[in-house]
Design a protein around this ligand. Structure first.
Ligand SMILES: [Zn+2]
Ligand SMILES: [Zn+2]
Length: 183
């Protein structure tokens, strides 16, 4: 593991949320938001209404800027975000989760908690100087963010869709080259 478990899951949640905006938007209903919330292990307040959905949708460009920022810029964004949310780190233990950090209360609006969780995760990324774990998808024309948590830094694409599309394109290119070489 590159970071702690809570840091990695907060980053994965933020990347998934941000990437939902690219291509055909996959965060357009309260139901899709609920699926994201459950998949990424978010707990605490969830209003499940249109206003909450709108606030999470509006968060995507903000998270995108943070996740793709260089180290200097990320540091200043994190400080601003934590100050604006009046973050106060506290060790908590709830449900089946052992001691971990929360920096805003569980009944703060979901958008506030997502921004604070992501900013807290980025404090780790900045401190251990691992900003290069976050980058744009190698697929031409895809603006998705990749979070590479592999030991040997082997990820290049944001999704299996992008990875497969490029594997097929590379295969065709090889095939084409071989035919051109032929007799
Ligand atoms: Zn928690
Ligand atoms: Zn991609």
């Amino acid at each position: 593991m590159i970071f702690g478990h809570d840091t990695e899951s907060a980053l994965q949640a933020a990347v998934a949320l941000t990437n939902s905006a690219r291509g055909s938007d996959t965060l357009t209903t309260v139901r899709e938001l609920r699926a994201w919330y459950i998949e990424h292990g978010y707990t605490g307040r969830r209003d499940g209404d249109a206003a909450e959905l709108a606030s999470l949708r509006a968060l995507r460009p903000v998270l995108r800027e943070l996740l793709t920022a260089d180290r200097e810029h990320a540091a200043s964004l994190v400080n601003t975000m934590l100050a604006e949310a009046r973050a106060l780190p506290q060790l908590v233990r709830h449900d089946d989760q052992d001691w971990h950090l929360h920096a805003v209360s569980a009944d703060a609006p979901l958008a506030t908690r997502v921004i604070v969780e992501t900013a807290m995760a980025m404090t780790d990324v900045v401190r251990v100087d691992e900003s290069s774990r976050l980058f744009l998808c190698a697929d031409q024309g895809c603006e998705g963010i990749v979070l590479d948590l592999t030991r040997n830094r082997s990820r290049r694409y944001c999704s299996t869709t992008c990875a497969n599309r490029n594997a097929v394109a590379a295969y065709r290119a090889r095939l084409g080259a071989r035919q051109a070489d032929g007799p």
